[in-house]
Design a protein around this ligand. Structure first.
Ligand code: M6R
Length: 617
């Protein structure tokens, strides 16, 4: 995944270099191994690009300084797929005569064939990227007499794969042309003055809240303060699109006084959850009815979203009375090739809505059988929504930190709300109990707020206590195995520690042999039906010298007595709250990962080798 951003303006007051520089910084979560900017002025392209993080590059080559008269610029921040992160491979890419500049997010799958074809026609390539075929194809069609726009249309016809592109050309100094297929692209507009194109909304939000969300196979011609859209599927005809107004403001997309986005987003969890609670009953009932009438049910996702699927399937099946098969999206087709049946329902979870493996899993399922896709995402209009029958948007607000935090808790909350809706529809518990579950859900934001207010010093103390340990376990039983796995993933990705989230029962079948005097084990221990057996597990690990840290509820006694340190979650010890403990216990583990990253001098917002959204297989 990469980020693209562009501006074309009439406003003489602004520096386009500065605007696109600030813009790609807000998109840096999409990839940060190289970046580049092009501005067009006096029939010439001015380019700055380099490998590295944006701020580091800026120190060396002043990424925001371009000719002051320029009214058009494009920028790109890259997450390498084809070709190493080098200056040569960074965008923009140009044609043979430095007249056309392209920034691209996506993958051109047939680039090798195209590259060979273009090379045989005399084109010279400077990079190893798939993207570079695009400016050369455009050059080729323009040579044949195509207009700038037609050349782009014809070039894209030859490309297989995914793209969001923005293109400028020196003989068309007032235009940016953009197009989209399977990679996000949004047009921001200050009518009559300035037009922006961007992979995500925060990049233009300081300037405008008015935007158009582009769909697959659409092309747009951007002039200062105006935009025209064309449908590439139906004879490139001019189409009207509805302008949208973004409700959240730029504060939501910036750090707002926190040192890192990850910390800010952990602290935003209570409010994000309050937003998610607003999902309409009508929509929840649609999800509930689809699940009740399904013959088979699958739940699929990747990474953190998969862990929310594990927690969610536990909560939903309690009220649904049916088995829900969880499946990592990358394995979906392989594993279900021979067994997927008609009238199955698939719950797909993806905060970005752009994870290619999740999208491909549901696309394949839809193509193969008569199935219903129920999607939970955080991004309105994201690619996954196009393949879905019903969509819940979690409304957690933008999540910039690469590590998923508030999107995890809001996903689990959405699944819990579906579960309660199923309980209501099926009338399998009394109204009184339903109200108690609803009250427990409504109380979650306050529980998290209280926890965050009082426990930061304790978490920092634990981080110090664990500092020298490269390995440890998160252990749990039942529903909390999902919490343990997600806690382990957070520590791996941001603190570069090998922490395994595992079943406390299964750990006795092998992993326990790692335990030595002082080996840390963090037990996730809400007082649910697994608690007493977990007490036994804690004793087994303690007897072998394990250092026990436990996450328990406030009134806990038994596991507290066995623990060296306890983290106490301020929630009642009843079955109504226990069921939702994957939401209330998680901020403790997210904070632990955050402070562990700082203790090891790592940037929690930019974990090594990771990208916020994985759009390659
Ligand atoms: O956007 P998605 O939820 O589909 O992303 C799936 C995973 O790549 C993602 O959850 C990843 O594991 C997290 N960012 C890690 O914190």
């Amino acid at each position: 995944m990469c980020g693209i951003f562009g501006i074309v303006t009439k406003n003489q007051e602004i520096s386009v270099g500065k605007v696109v520089f600030e813009g790609i910084k807000r998109l840096e979560y999409r990839g940060y191994d190289s970046c580049g900017i092009v501005s067009l002025y006096n029939s010439k392209l001015f380019i700055k690009k380099e490998a590295g993080k944006i701020d580091e590059i800026h120190k060396k080559i002043k990424l925001d300084e371009f000719p002051s008269g320029s009214r058009l610029a494009l920028a790109h921040t890259r997450w390498a797929t084809h070709g190493a992160p080098t200056k040569q491979n960074s965008h923009p890419h140009l044609d043979c005569f430095d007249k056309i500049a392209v920034v691209h997010n996506g993958i051109i799958e047939n680039f090798l064939e195209l590259r060979n074809e273009l090379t045989s026609l005399g084109h010279t390539f400077k990079s190893e990227t798939d993207s570079e075929v695009i400016p050369h194809l455009i050059e080729d069609f323009m040579k044949k007499g195509n207009s700038f726009k037609d050349a782009i249309i014809n070039a894209l016809k030859k490309c297989k794969g995914a793209y969001a592109i923005a293109v400028c050309q020196i003989d068309n100094p007032d235009l940016i042309i953009v197009a989209r297929k399977e990679s996000p692209l949004i047009i921001g507009i200050e009518e009559g003055k300035t037009t922006y194109c961007s992979s995500d909304i925060p990049a233009f939000l300081p300037y405008t809240r008015k935007c158009y969300i582009m769909e697959d196979d659409e092309l747009a011609v951007l002039k200062a303060g105006e935009v025209q859209f064309f449908d590439l599927k139906s004879d490139n005809k001019l189409i009207r699109k509805e302008m949208q107004t973004i409700e959240w403001n730029i504060d939501a997309a910036e750090k707002g006084g926190y040192d890192h986005f990850m910390l800010k987003e952990i602290y935003e969890e209570p409010d994000a959850l309050r937003f998610t609670m607003k999902i309409s009953d009508q929509l929840l009932t649609k999800f509930a009815n689809a699940l009740i009438s399904a013959d088979s049910i699958y739940i699929t996702a990747a990474g953190t979203s998969y862990h929310s699927a594990l927690a969610g399937k536990f909560i939903i099946s309690k009220f649904l009375g049916k088995h829900i098969q969880d499946m990592e999206c990358s394995e979906f087709e392989t594993q279900l090739k021979c067994s997927l049946q008609d009238n199955s329902v698939i719950i797909a979870i993806s905060q970005s809505g752009e994870t290619i493996d999740t999208i491909e899993a549901i696309r394949w399922a839809k193509k193969t059988k008569s199935v219903k896709i129920l999607t939970i995402t955080n991004v309105v209009g994201s690619s996954i929504t196009r393949y879905s029958d019903h969509v819940i948007v979690t409304n957690a607000g933008p999540e910039i930190g690469v590590a998923a935090t508030k999107t995890y808790s809001t996903q689990v909350l959405a699944l819990a709300l579906i579960a309660v809706s199923i309980a209501k529809t099926r009338k399998i518990i009394s109204n009184e109990e339903i109200v108690k579950y609803q009250d427990a859900l409504a109380g979650i934001p306050n529980i998290i707020e209280q926890f965050l207010e009082k426990n930061v010093d304790l978490i920092k103390y634990i981080v110090n206590n664990l500092e020298k340990n490269m390995n440890y376990f998160f252990l749990a039983r039942g529903i909390s195995i999902a919490t343990a796995k997600e806690g382990g993933l957070k520590l791996k990705e941001v603190a570069c520690r090998f922490i395994e989230g595992y079943s406390a029962a299964s750990a006795k079948h092998g992993p326990i042999s790692l335990v030595r005097e002082g080996f840390p084990i963090i037990f996730i221990a809400p007082p649910d039906e697994t608690y007493n057996r977990l007490v036994g597990n804690v004793m087994e690990f303690k007897a072998r010298g394990g250092r026990i840290i436990s996450v328990v509820v406030e009134s806990d006694v038994k596991i507290t007595k066995l623990s060296d340190i306890t983290i106490r979650i301020p929630q009642p010890a009843d079955k109504f709250h226990n069921l939702f403990s994957p939401i209330t216990f998680m901020p403790a583990l997210q904070l632990l990962a955050y402070y562990a990253a700082l203790a090891h001098d790592l940037d929690p917002d930019k974990p090594l080798n990771l990208s916020k959204t994985v759009t390659v297989h």
